[in-house]
Design a protein. Structure first.
Lengths: 263, 263
C-alpha cells in the first residue's frame, strides 16, 4: 500500500518540529492533497526524552541534587538540563562528552535585572558551558506598556548568539499573569527580538503552562519557532497534552516521572 | 527629680540603634548602675517612618506604582524605598533632593546569579542612584555547605562600598528555609563578609520575618550591626514587635498602613 506508506512519510515530516500536531494539517500523498486532523497519540520514550529540559532551578538546589540531575539526564537521554547560573559550570563539567545540552536561567525568576546585566549573565553562562538560555522577560516594563524596553531587554540577551550559532535563547513571558491579548503581544515581541523560543512560565506564578496557552502561543509564532511549555508539567499525560497543543520543548522538574510514565 | 531625668537620658541613648530594646540593659544614672528591663511601648510616627524601607519588588510592579511609592515616601518621611534594578533610575530621579534613600535589590529573589554578576548589578544600581543594596545570599551554595563561596559572593557585593562610604549592604539570608543553626552560621558569614545588615527574608518563602528569628539574629550579630526584618510585616503592631525584638530596619510593602496605624 504505497499510498499509506507515503501518507505515513508525509506525517513523519511533521514530527520533526513536533508542533501543531493536533491541528488540521495539509499532507501530500500520491499527488493527492489531504487535509487531515493529525493527533499525536503516542510518542516514543527516546523521542520524548529529547524534548525535555530536565529542570532544577529552585533557590536551594544543592550540588548533590545537580549531580543527580545530570546523571539521570545522561541515563535517560534528556535533551537538556536547566540549572541556575551558579550551577552551569558544574553541570557543564558533568555533561562533557554527552549529548545532553546545558541550559542556564537568565534574570531568573523575576526578570527585574537591567538589560546590560542580563546580557552579561548570558555571556558568563555561555562561557561556563551553557548553550541554552532561558531568560525572564522584563515583566515590569511589559506591565507598564513599555514594549520598546521589553524588546531591547530580549535583544541584549539574543546578542550572545553571536558567540555561537549553537546557542538557543528562550524567553519566559509568564503566561499566568498575562491576559490573552498580552500573551499575543509578548509572543510577537519575543519573535521580533531574535529569540528562538517563547516559553510559558517560571512555574512560580499560578497554574503554570496550560494547553490553551500553548495553542495560542503556537498560533502566534507559527510553525518555525520554538514553543516551550513549563510550569506544572508532572506526568507523561501532561507532557503529551502540551506537545499535542504545539509545544516542541517541555520544561519539567519531574522528567524522570514523565519518562517512566511513557508506554 | 534629676535621677529620673538622667535615667531618661540614659534610656534615650539606647534609642539610637533601636536594637535589643526588650532585653535587660545596663543604665547608669547618678553614679548608680541599674539593670533594667527596657521595653519599647510606643515609637513616634516620624521615628518609625525613618526605620522603614518602603518596598515594591514584585516582578510586575508598574511605573505608576513606583511613582506612587516614591511620592508617599517623601510625604511620610520613609527612610528608604526599595525597588528592583529596573526601577532604580526612576526612583532616584523622583527622590532627588529629598531625604529618602534609594534601595535596589541584587540577585533578587533567588540569589542564584554568579558573584561577578551580583557585583556588577550592585555597581550598576549605585551608578543609577541607589545607596542601599539588598542582596540575596547564594542559598544554593549555603545549602550545599560551601560557606567559602557564600562569603565570597557577599564580598563581591560589599566591594561596591569602595565607591562611597554612604552605601549600605544588606544580606537576605531567607530565614524561613534555614534551621536555627543555619541562621546563626549565615549571620556570622554576613558580618565577616563586610556587609552592614543581615535581613530575614524576601517574603517569598514561608512566613517571612518572625520575632524569634529577629531576636536570634540580633543576638548573633551584636549591638553594632544592622538587623532588617522583612516579610509579612503589615501592621504597626507587627513593626513594633520586630523593633522590640532587635530590628533596626523594617522592610514592608504596606508602609502606609503601618504609619497610619501608629498612635
Amino acid at each position: 500500500m504505497p499510498r499509506t506508506k507515503e501518507f505515513k512519510k508525509g506525517l513523519k515530516s511533521h514530527w520533526g518540529p513536533l508542533s501543531g500536531l493536533s491541528s488540521w494539517e495539509t499532507v501530500k500523498c500520491d499527488h493527492v492533497v489531504l487535509n487531515v486532523k493529525v493527533r499525536l497519540l503516542t510518542i516514543m520514550k527516546s523521542q520524548l526524552a529529547k524534548l525535555i529540559d530536565s529542570t532544577l532551578v529552585k533557590a536551594t538546589a544543592t550540588k548533590d541534587e545537580i549531580e543527580r540531575l545530570c546523571r539521570e539526564a545522561i541515563q535517560h537521554g534528556f535533551g537538556c538540563v536547566m540549572v541556575n547560573p551558579v550551577y552551569v559550570g558544574l553541570a557543564a563539567s558533568l555533561l562533557k562528552g554527552s549529548n545532553v545540552r546545558v541550559g542556564s536561567t537568565v534574570g531568573f525568576p523575576f526578570g527585574v535585572s537591567l538589560p546590560d546585566i542580563k546580557a552579561l549573565e548570558a555571556v558568563k553562562a555561555v562561557e561556563e558551558g551553557a548553550c541554552e538560555l532561558d531568560m525572564v522577560m522584563n515583566l515590569s516594563a511589559f506591565k507598564s506598556g513599555d514594549y520598546k524596553l521589553v524588546k531591547r531587554d530580549i535583544e541584549a540577551v539574543t546578542a550572545v548568539k553571536r558567540i555561537s550559532s549553537d546557542i538557543i535563547v528562550k524567553v519566559i513571558i509568564e503566561t499566568p499573569i498575562l491576559t490573552n491579548e498580552e500573551k499575543i503581544t509578548a509572543c510577537k515581541i519575543v519573535k521580533e527580538a531574535g529569540a528562538d523560543f517563547v516559553k510559558t512560565s517560571t512555574g512560580l506564578f499560578g497554574k503554570g503552562a496550560t494547553v490553551e496557552d500553548v495553542k495560542l502561543m503556537r498560533q502566534v509564532v507559527g510553525r518555525d519557532f520554538g514553543v516551550k511549555a513549563a510550569g506544572g508539567i508532572r506526568t507523561y499525560k501532561d507532557a503529551v497534552a502540551m506537545i499535542e497543543a504545539g509545544a516542541n520543548r517541555i520544561g519539567t522538574s519531574t522528567a524522570l516521572a514523565i519518562i517512566k510514565g511513557a508506554p
